[in-house]
Structure formats: structure tokens, C-alpha cells
Design a protein around this ligand. Structure first.
Ligand code: NYM
Ligand code: MG
Length: 211
């Protein structure tokens, strides 16, 4: 028999700013824990590292960086976490990740950088077992209010980002209408994520980007 411990799932939530990703990520972690599963909430950028602090300074307009440079820092911020992610997944922990490589590519290519150039530094990072896209029109996201003062949090730019996310979509993504009541979004995500966790427990293997 196979007595290797089941691995956790790598679940990524993507979407525009104000699409509800962060609250849905926390709800998912609570839900999975309630099901007796181990789960952790992760987010990118992870602003706690040295690289993350450079990213944070850029986002808050405390520093200026060339578009390529900041793109590579976002990628480096994922690379510095790669081995820990793998360790956690292999120890059976499901990671619910608020943004990942798709944000990296969508936001940078929306500024005009070449999409293949944007994808290149992501090659070799862990591939998510599930990408759930919280779909909301940029106008509706803006109506929700609460855009902060950070770089990128402007309606016109978010419209461009939405177009670039569309280029990245593939058939494996689960698209959830994020303009539904928050509990409905939550319910749909729970079903999708639980199915993914089950698949990983049954032995689906970990793979690498770019798929
Ligand atoms: N962002 C996030 C990028 O431009 N590239 C990336 O690789 C990632 C992970 O950072 N507007 C952008 C998207 C967001 C901003 O993220 C800060 P958050 O989730 O709002 O803290
Ligand atoms: Mg934000």
C-alpha cells in the first residue's frame, strides 16, 4: 500500500483589486480547517521579506523603479518562498494563496511589457493545482470603493489589467462571478477548492510553471 502522507493543494485566487480575494481567502482557510484539513493563508507580494519591503515601497510610491526591475522583484519574492511552499504542501498543508504569477504577468504586461518576457522568470515555480478567478468588471470593482492610494489602484489601469488577465485564462481556470453576494461566492469557492484538495490527496502530482 501507499503510506506516503497525502499532500496539500496549491490553490491560487486571482482577480482585480477589490474583487474580494483577500476576504474569500481567509474564509476558505477557516472552512478547510473546519473540515479537519490543514490550511494556511499566503499572499503575494509577501511584504515581510527584504524583497517584499522593496515592493511595498514601490507600491506606496515611496520609491520609483523601472518597470522591468519591479517585475523581477515580484518574481523574486515568489522564488524566495518556493522551497517553503513545497515543504508545506508535501507535509499535507493546503496553501490558499492571494495572488501569484498571474498577477505578476497581468499587471506588468498591462504596463506594456512583452507577455513572454513577463512569463519567463516564473518558469519553474510551483504550478497551482487550482486557479480561481474572481471575475468582476473594473467599473463594479471601483464602485465598491476602497481603492487605496497604492500604485495600480486606478480604474483606467484596472481595465487594462482585466484585458491582460483574459489573455492568461485557460480552460483549467475556475471563473467565479465576484459580483454575487459574498456568501454565494464563498459557497462556490468551497466546492471547487474541496474537489481540488481531494484530487491532490488521491495523488495528483505537483508540477511546475509555466503550464
Ligand atoms: N502585483 C501583485 C503585481 O503587480 N505583481 C505581482 O506579481 C503581484 C503578486 O501588487 N495591485 C500588484 C497587484 C496589486 C499590488 O497587491 C498589491 P495586494 O494584493 O493588493 O496587496
Ligand atoms: Mg490591492
Amino acid at each position: 500500500g501507499n503510506n506516503k502522507a497525502a499532500r496539500g493543494a496549491l490553490v491560487v485566487l486571482e482577480g482585480l483589486d477589490r474583487s474580494g480575494k483577500s476576504s474569500q481567502c481567509s474564509r476558505l482557510v477557516s472552512y478547510l480547517e473546519g473540515q479537519g484539513l490543514s490550511a494556511e493563508l499566503w499572499r503575494f507580494p509577501d511584504r515581510t521579506t527584504d524583497v517584499g519591503q522593496m515592493i511595498s515601497a514601490y507600491l506606496t510610491n515611496a520609491s520609483q523603479l523601472d518597470d522591468h526591475t519591479i517585475h523581477l522583484l515580484f518574481s523574486a519574492n515568489r522564488w524566495e518562498k518556493r522551497s517553503l511552499m513545497e515543504e508545506k504542501l508535501k507535509s499535507g498543508i493546503t496553501l490558499i494563496v492571494d495572488r501569484y504569477s498571474y498577477s505578476g504577468v497581468a499587471f506588468s504586461s498591462a504596463k506594456g511589457l512583452d507577455i513572454e518576457w513577463c512569463k519567463a522568470p516564473e518558469i519553474g515555480l510551483l504550478a497551482p493545482d487550482l486557479v480561481a478567478y474572481l471575475d468582476i468588471s473594473p467599473d463594479k470593482a471601483a464602485e465598491r470603493g476602497g481603492y487605496g492610494d497604492e500604485r495600480y489602484e486606478k480604474l483606467e489601469f484596472q481595465k487594462k489589467v482585466a484585458e491582460h488577465y483574459k489573455v492568461l485564462h485557460d480552460a483549467s481556470w475556475k471563473v467565479v462571478d465576484a459580483w454575487q453576494p459574498i456568501e454565494d461566492v464563498e459557497k462556490q469557492l468551497q466546492e471547487i477548492v474541496l474537489a481540488c484538495v481531494t484530487e491532490c490527496q488521491k495523488g495528483k502530482s505537483l508540477s511546475s510553471l509555466w503550464l
